[in-house]
Ligand binder design. Sequence first.
Ligand code: PNS
Length: 163
Amino acid sequence: MSIAVCPGSFDPITFGHLDIVRRAARLFEVVVVGVARNASKSALLTPDERIEVVRGALAEDPDLAAVRVEPVPGLLVEFCRQVGASAVVKGLRGGADFDGEHPMALMNRHLSGVETVFLPAEQRYAHVASSLVKDIARYGGPIDDLVPPAAAEAVRAAVAHRA
Ligand code: PNS
């Protein structure tokens, strides 16, 4: 059975992420969304909030009802081993994303042999980034056409109480 992991910090999940998960689900028999920690970023949402929001977003899409969402407590390669995944799927919005993802892809393969499959982001999502969503929300700007409803609600609540 072909199993892939779509990993990310998902702080919050965006429509761009959802598009990548949807396309991964057409390529692999099983897709597991792994909600991980990115050591180079400080998250706005807690790990539990990020997982809950991802689950809520997937539940709204009938095509994604079978996709599992799980926390990645440590190394991504260890998580891939535990769920039996032979591939990691990541979206690329452009060259800057590739520059960040390429060393991680090589390192993950070095550590465990897991391959990374890159999917080019849809052009309409090329400007959509979790960091920009949070920045817009901090200034009270509109984020509803960038992220699913549960994500928008969680981000607005978090910036109101924590930022
Ligand atoms: O959505 P992001 O922040 O681009 O995702 C990056 C993420 C979370 C997938 C990456 O930081 C990761 O794999 N974290 C888990 C810990 C790990 O395995 N680190 C070594 C990566 S080579």
